[in-house]
Design a protein around this ligand. Structure first.
Ligand code: 9YT
Length: 130
């Protein structure tokens, strides 16, 4: 069994900070779960184009408000506490935060903790899909 505290995980390689957001990786590839699990904070005013070509991601909003635009379809959905979105088609999207948002995120395949977004808003593939 793995038990971790968010506050304690905000150290070392588990905390990734970049423009517009930070993410605490509570579970990573080397935990052997087949997915990674992150608590991500999106800063107020962030406008984040992303395209996870190599990963599936689901995101649950715990706090804050914003929107997600599906650039494949042109649809925009409000994001607020209680809303989940899943990028089941590797959808190109833009996440916008009108207030600071706290999100619980799951990635398949799991991140190993070192990835950074490339110029297309994707993470490189560093694990086989499960
Ligand atoms: C919600 C979202 O996709 N934010 C970008 C960061 C990502 N969730 C991560 O690496 O934790």
């Amino acid at each position: 069994m793995i038990v971790r505290k968010l506050e304690e995980a905000k150290t070392g390689r588990r905390l990734v900070e970049t423009a517009g957001w930070n993410s605490v990786r509570l579970l990573l590839k080397d935990d052997g779960m087949g997915f990674s699990f992150h608590i991500t904070t999106i800063y107020a005013g962030a406008d984040l184009p992303m395209h996870y070509r190599n990963h599936l991601e689901s995101v649950y909003c715990i706090a804050g408000e914003g929107s997600i635009e599906n650039q494949e379809t042109g649809e925009t959905f409000e994001i607020r506490p209680g809303v989940m979105y899943a990028l089941d088609r590797h959808d190109r999207h833009v996440l916008r935060a009108t207030s600071e948002m706290t999100m619980a995120c799951v990635f398949n395949p799991p991140l190993n903790g070192l990835e950074v977004h490339d110029e297309t808003g994707a993470y490189p593939l560093q694990a086989e899909a499960v």
